[in-house]
Design a protein around this ligand. Structure first.
Ligand SMILES: [Zn+2]
Ligand SMILES: [Zn+2]
Length: 336
């Protein structure tokens, strides 16, 4: 059953606060999945759209780290069923274009054409405000009570994983863990250095740990983040604020340097390859099971839980560099 209206955080103009609006839904297309969202992570990419470094058509609903329950599906959907617990992927793919056939779904021609236009894969929006279309962000738009995604974006995960932890798998965790496990393929016994230990860097550390690296050196200027890095599996930490980081790493590796260097400081562009190597339908369930088995840390990544109405404060805190991940909780009990 579709809601008649639902709340969403809408960006109307660059540099302006998000406004909580009541949106309406257009009918589901054949490959659409309606997700009742329960949690949505705030990611730096959202902030870049708010601040104007990334340009998207407005009005738009941001958010691309979402988890929730499948509420309804289009007539042609075969990948999920109502009631499934899903993590949204911001990389839907058509499955039959040149790049999809070459196993490079991140480059899916339909996705790369429609994504910058704020559309779903069929070139349209399902969201409306006062009868006017509202754009989707990266085919997800999870800072809302509901989202409509292509079925390749709705990845079923075990029911046991709580939604606020699950949503993190959708972007930051996949990117960091994927960089170590899927791209670098860190070898057992190796030495890895991770420069910059925010959400993506901490996940590169635990990716290196999952790959049985022997020595994992975390480098950052923030002592609190270096403390977290230890909890995520770093065997050594180097304060770039106090020490000559390069000299210290050389010392810790007996002059040989590291086998792998992951640089997550500032921007996450160094992790682009990890994004290309990610296969959400293969990797999200794997990561969810790793969490449930106690091999992957997610609890410690969440430094703040907030309501949808507090979203602007969440982004203000992120702009100051505070915290690792803030997650919006969308509680079904309090819905109007
Ligand atoms: Zn992200
Ligand atoms: Zn494609």
């Amino acid at each position: 059953m579709s809601p008649s209206t639902f709340r969403a955080a809408v960006l109307h103009e660059v540099g302006q606060p998000l406004v909580i609006e009541r949106l309406t839904l257009k009918p589901l297309g054949p490959h659409d999945v309606l997700v009742q969202l329960r949690a949505s992570g705030l990611c730096h990419t959202d902030l870049e759209v708010i601040q104007g470094q990334l340009v998207y058509p407005m009005p738009i609903v941001l958010g691309h780290e979402g988890a929730g329950l499948v509420e309804a599906v289009g007539a042609g959907v075969t990948l999920v069923r109502p009631g499934d617990h899903v993590v949204c992927s911001w990389n839907p793919s058509c499955g039959h274009c040149f790049y999809c056939d070459r196993d490079q779904p991140i480059l899916c021609e339909v996705f790369t054409r429609t994504q910058p236009r704020g559309q779903l894969l069929d070139g349209a929006s399902r969201l409306a405000l006062d009868g006017r279309p509202v754009h989707h962000f990266s085919a997800v738009s999870s800072h809302a009570e509901y989202c409509v995604v292509h079925e390749t974006s709705a990845v079923a995960v075990p029911r046991e994983i709580p939604f606020d932890r699950a949503c993190l798998l959708g972007c930051g965790v996949m990117t960091g863990v994927g960089a170590a496990t899927r791209v670098a393929r860190v070898a057992p016994g190796a030495t890895a250095v991770v420069v910059g230990v925010g959400a993506v860097g901490l996940n590169a550390i635990q990716g290196a740990r999952l790959s049985n690296a022997d020595v994992i050196i975390a480098v950052d200027v923030d002592d609190r983040k270096l403390g977290l890095a230890r909890a995520f599996g770093a065997t050594h930490t180097v304060s770039a604020a106090r020490d000559d980081a390069v000299a210290r790493v050389r010392e810790l590796t007996a002059g040989r340097g590291a086998d792998y260097v992951f640089e997550a400081a500032g921007k996450v562009e160094g992790f682009r390859l990890a994004v290309e190597a990610a296969r959400p339908r293969r990797d999200f369930p794997w990561l969810a099971r790793a969490y449930l088995d106690g091999r992957l840390k997610l609890d410690e990544l969440i430094t703040r839980r907030l309501a949808l109405a507090e979203i602007n404060d969440g982004f203000a805190q992120m702009a100051k560099g505070d915290g690792v991940r803030a997650v919006i909780l969308l509680d079904a009990e309090v819905r109007a």
